[in-house]
Design a protein around this ligand. Sequence first.
Ligand code: GUN
Length: 301
Amino acid sequence: MTAKIISGKEIAEQIRRELKQKTDKLVAEEGVTPGLVTILVGENPASVSYVTAKQRAAKELGFYSIQDTQPASISEDDLLALVDKYNKDAAIHGILVQLPLPKHINETQVLYAIDPDKDVDGFHPVNVGKLMIGEARYLPCTPAGIQQLLIRSGTETSGAEVVVVGRSNIVGKPIANILLQKKDGANATVTICHTRTKDMAAHTRRADILIVAAGFPNAVTADMVKEGAVVIDVGVNRVGEKPSTKTPGKMVAILKGDVDFDAVKEKASAITPVPGGVGPMTITMLMENTLKSARHAAGLE
Ligand code: GUN
């Protein structure tokens, strides 16, 4: 079997068209423009490129968007004060602090400082707790994007054996929770594997839907996949550099997922590529959360 490629790029474009219509309606009928601030501390190249992409997406939808870049030397107190300034700014509906933060700043403290109503990443403990009991307004972006990929590719989740590889707070734990909920697009039987799992392949081979967020290339090889499984590869690994096809003389990163794509696509029924799979969905769901926050502020949800 050669797998169908689930294009996150195409699905993300489709969702962004829907979001653009809703945004235009909110602006025209309520006079409310969704506002997003992305706070970047330091110059980590991966963070710079993520934040740039988030800003571009916000502008394309007609959001009011601010890129607030701070030096890596900023104190924790100054960063907390900055978050508080945006908490109080009525034009801002979403606050995103790009992670990771420099070592001298307590990430948890900063995430706790964001007003849960403006926490469009869904990382504040109030929102994590609401997700667990099925009451979330904001689903964290990467897991929300994975769920949309499954729904919009026609993958049945109800009663499916889902195996998640990786137990991070950003991907593994929330996607397991989301797919476990008694809701449409969920109702799965979920197993989470991690670094202390005894026989990982024994678990992954049972998966109808295999979600891989392990954090290193080739974490999942073809022998670990059931014939006909749907495979979602969340990994983004920079494995080298190549000359840019767009800008002569510039080098760009060569990206690879956590799944041995070439071998696994011969066994799976559907698979997401890297790049162009989960990545574009994460940014799209951030836009959806920001729009939701603006609609909430306007008394519409
Ligand atoms: N760093 C890597 N992924 C993310 C994300 O989804 N949100 C934030 N704020 N930082 C990240």
